[in-house]
Design a protein around this ligand. Structure first.
Ligand SMILES: [Zn+2]
Length: 166
């Protein structure tokens, strides 16, 4: 039993391992070859990044912003200021002319002041002098007809169809 173990371990490991791995010249050659491979791919990958494509994309994004300024907006997007829109009566793209009229918000704010007792000197009539509390009427400068009304109370736009706001 003990003789078989000695015979198996001694000749096998001592004979095979020393001859191929001991030479120093072959190990140096292996390290030099690995250095050459590690340096080469770094140079090739560093040259790949391409920042050239970003400038043209930014130039294309800046141009449509100027186009939006001249585009007509739908009547539903009107606010309390003149805006370029399409007249539903004459179908012309016009800059709407605005006119402020007393609306629901004007009457409610006046009634609120009246409830607080601010009735002396006619203070409850101040809301009728403040344009921010009045409804904005958009009319067409081309045909002179009313196009829509922007309500201060609910922030909605009511189109003027026929003779009523709908
Ligand atoms: Zn018109």
């Amino acid at each position: 039993m003990t003789n078989k173990r000695d015979n198996f371990s001694n000749p096998g490991y001592t004979v095979d391992s020393p001859p191929p791995y001991t030479p120093s010249s072959s190990s140096q050659g292996a390290t030099e070859s690995t250095r050459v491979y590690t340096d080469a791919p770094k140079n090739s990958y560093s040259a790949i990044p391409t920042p050239v494509y970003t400038p043209p994309s930014q130039q294309t994004q800046s141009s449509p912003e100027t186009v939006v300024l001249t585009a007509a907006i739908p009547l539903n997007n009107l606010r309390a200021e003149p805006a370029v829109t399409t007249c539903p009566h004459c179908n012309h793209v016009v800059l709407s002319s605005t006119d402020f009229r007393a609306g629901s918000a004007t009457w409610l704010s006046s009634f609120a002041l009246f409830l607080f007792g601010i009735t002396s000197w006619g203070c409850c009539l101040f809301p009728f002098c403040i344009s921010d509390l009045k409804d904005c009427i958009h009319s067409c400068p081309n045909c002179g007809r009313i196009m829509a009304k922007y309500s201060r109370l609910d922030g909605k736009v009511y189109k003027y169809l026929g003779d009523q706001f709908e």
